[in-house]
Design a protein around this ligand. Structure first.
Ligand code: RP5
Length: 173
């Protein structure tokens, strides 16, 4: 199957965060690609990437950057594909707010679906949910994943309750 999701990031130093998006796309069997495209250091490459993504068959773009993070917004301004932005607390970021605000506070007409600071995992899952809207196989994978999340919480909850009972028993004795 051809690439459906494209992950781009401003620098190789973003990879340790952005690879979480890739891990979820792999788990949920969504074909993806991953590359470095910098709005500030390689503007021509960014223009080429954003202008050609749709004709290459890409359906969703995940873009991560830190500091003065212009990559997701600039890509969104150049394509009609949905863009998910991942603010990264990079080494040039003051405290993460610079990345969050520069990705989140887009002008009306040019939306970027912004996830939490360093929230690449949710970016991967959200991209999968967009693909699942028109792909039943991916939707089934997603349902399986969401059920596993529920089962994990419920098994922990019952385990914690058991612990509590044991603790109370000891107190009684
Ligand atoms: C941003 O500057 C990148 O997305 C990265 O988060 C940050 C720092 O880049 P490096 O100096 O580590 O290459 O454009």
């Amino acid at each position: 199957m051809s690439t459906l999701v494209s992950i781009v990031m401003g620098s190789k130093s973003d990879l340790n965060i952005m690879q979480e998006a890739a891990e979820y796309l792999e788990l949920l069997e969504v074909p993806f690609e991953m590359n470095i495209v910098s709005a500030h250091r390689t503007p021509d490459r960014m223009f080429d990437f954003a202008r050609n993504a749709r004709s290459r068959g890409v359906k969703v773009i995940i873009a991560g950057a830190g500091g003065a993070a212009h990559l997701p917004g600039m890509i969104a301004s150049l394509t009609s594909l949905p863009v998910i932005g991942v603010p990264i607390k990079s080494r040039n970021s003051i405290d993460g707010w610079d990345s969050v605000l520069s990705i989140l506070q887009m002008p009306a007409g040019v939306p970027v679906a912004t996830v939490a600071l360093n929230g690449a995992a949710n970016a991967g899952i959200l991209a999968t949910q967009i693909i699942a809207a028109f792909d039943d196989k991916i939707a089934a994978n997603l349902n399986h994943f969401k059920t596993s999340l529920k089962d994990k919480v419920l098994s922990t909850a019952s385990y914690t309750m058991m612990d509590k009972f044991k603790f109370q028993d000891k107190n009684v004795i």
